[in-house]
Design a protein around this ligand. Structure first.
Ligand code: SAH
Ligand code: SF4
Ligand code: F3S
Length: 472
């Protein structure tokens, strides 16, 4: 999928964990609470989706019950701050919720804004929109149930950044989770790319300890996960007690998980051991999301990416040598301040050389407080539009070509959700392609061997080789 500007950064569709009604009640500071209905909505990256799942779990553990958005007494909007439009979405959503309640003649639900806009704007949000009851940052959401219990007497703002403390304070993972589950292992960023808000909204780089990660991975596997995606803003910068990210991948693979993925990585942290893991670990899927942002050395320097285009090419060469069938993905920004036609041509050239299986591209969005926002060389909107269209046309053609080249392959897909037709499922190939398959009698979570047949830009069709799920 080639995301258009304004859409969230890479996020795999992720079902909510099935309601873990049997989970033991988790005690919440503030004592007894009456049970209310809630809905949590995610507007950001995979880590934002993971946080939404954990918030839902903590509200459930406090005795609340998940409901459709329109019926909920408590609505949590988990916001993203990465581009301007992402933040604006939250404000219009708050307005929509308030109007909907007024029209229906019912009390306004408790509205909590969580996530990165909450962290960046804090109390300003509630001043701008008094309908917001709670503003809670990405490192403070373990306190959500007690904040909800106190809501209703003026805005509550909780944007402390106590490192990774939330993980110890959250209730255990749900008893049932989707077949493909997320697991945050690292948070924050010390890289300070000139365009990016993440170092300010998520704080400094911090890695969770190995035993805590393995405990959570075991719980997810016990809950039904057959694929784990390890998450971090710079996941390959993970390091703890002298262990590297490659050590972590080996340790998680040793638990017996069938499929392992990670996102998102920085080229500077693709070390030898991690590249070797792509060769040595059968569970590690042949897919790498390694954002390059631009193909121009001048722009990469201005972006403070700390590497040039040839450094990126060299990394990809080594990854391909280790795992020849790897599917590559990237993020691109067009119209960064000072970007000339020649710089943009260099980006098109690099993208064409890589032959991405999929990629995400965005128009540069100036973010208050980041160095690039103050540059005098901002690019006119119509130039950004034209460059985005040209890049996306090329990326779409490459994605189609990658999918077409898969026709004839026999592979295994993990069934993640039901399709529109009876007996149809949509699963993922090892290369993260969506594959539609007619396989009556199978179930979500099954791994099925298929022959890949028809292909479009966004998906393929698979024909089951045997009408049986692979033995687990
Ligand atoms: N840590 C990851 C990126 C996380 S943000 C990395 O370094 O690769 C996801 C993507 O959003 C970025 O890769 C970038 O392409 C895009 N992005 C970030 N800030 C942006 C901005 N100000 N304008 C447009 N796109 C932006
Ligand atoms: Fe943002 Fe750069 Fe950090 Fe990625 S590496 S989160 S783009 S500052
Ligand atoms: Fe958005 Fe925050 Fe993720 S700004 S991309 S939700 S880390």
């Amino acid at each position: 999928m080639t995301a258009t500007d304004g859409s969230p950064p890479p996020a795999q569709p992720q079902g909510r964990p099935a309601a873990g009604a049997s989970a033991p009640p988790f005690s919440v500071a503030g004592g007894e609470q009456k049970s209310r209905s809630f809905a949590v909505r995610s507007f950001g990256c995979q880590m934002n989706v993971y946080d939404s799942e954990r918030m839902a779990e903590s509200l459930r553990a406090a005795g609340h019950v998940e409901a459709a958005d329109a019926d909920a007494d408590i609505i949590v909007l988990n916001s993203c701050h990465i581009r301007e439009k992402a933040a604006e979405k939250i404000y219009s959503e708050v307005g929509r919720i308030r109007h909907r309640a007024e029209r229906a003649g019912r009390a306004k639900p408790v509205i909590a804004v969580a996530g990165c806009v909450a962290q960046a704007e804090g109390g300003e949000m509630a001043r701008r929109m008094p309908a917001i009851d709670i503003v809670v940052g990405p490192q403070a959401y373990h306190s959500l149930p007690s904040l909800v219990a106190r809501a209703g007497n003026g805005a509550i703002v909780e944007t402390g950044m106590p490192g990774l403390a939330k993980f110890a304070a959250l209730p255990p993972r749900a008893r049932r989770v989707p077949p493909s589950a997320f697991l945050t292992v690292q948070e924050g960023c010390d890289k300070f790319c000139a365009f990016c808000v993440v170092p300010y909204t998520r704080g400094a780089e911090a890695s969770r300890a190995l035993p805590a990660i393995l405990d959570e991975a075991r719980a997810l596997i016990d809950g039904g996960a057959r694929e784990l995606t390890l998450l971090g803003q710079n996941v390959n910068a993970w390091g703890h007690d002298g262990r590297t990210f490659a050590d972590l991948l080996h340790a998680v693979a040793d638990l017996g998980i069938r499929r392992l993925r990670y996102t998102t990585s920085h080229p500077r942290d693709m070390d030898k051991t991690l590249i070797a893991a792509h060769r040595d670990l059968p569970a590690l899927m042949p897919y790498l999301h390694l954002p390059v942002q631009s193909g121009s050395d001048r722009i990469l320097k201005a972006m403070n990416r700390r590497h040039g285009a040839d450094f990126y090419r060299a990394i990809i060469d080594r990854v391909r040598a280790a795992r020849p069938d790897i599917a590559l993905s990237s993020d691109f920004i067009v119209g960064f301040p000072g970007e000339t036609d020649a710089d943009f041509e260099a980006t098109l050239k690099l993208a064409a050389e890589m032959g991405y299986a999929q990629a995400y591209s965005f128009k540069y969005s100036p973010r208050l407080g980041t160095p690039a926002a103050d540059s005098a060389d901002q690019i006119p909107e119509e130039v950004k539009d034209a460059r985005l269209a040209a890049l996306q046309a090329q990326l779409a053609a490459d994605q189609t070509a990658f999918n077409r080249a898969s026709i004839g392959r026999r592979t295994t897909i993990l069934l993640e959700r039901e399709g529109k037709l009876p007996g149809q499922f949509i699963g993922k190939s090892p290369w993260l392609q969506s594959v539609h398959v007619r396989a009556p009698g199978l179930a979500i979570g099954d791994l099925v061997t298929v022959d890949l047949v028809n292909a479009t830009q966004s998906s393929l069709e698979g024909q089951p080789v045997q009408q049986m799920a692979e033995a687990w």
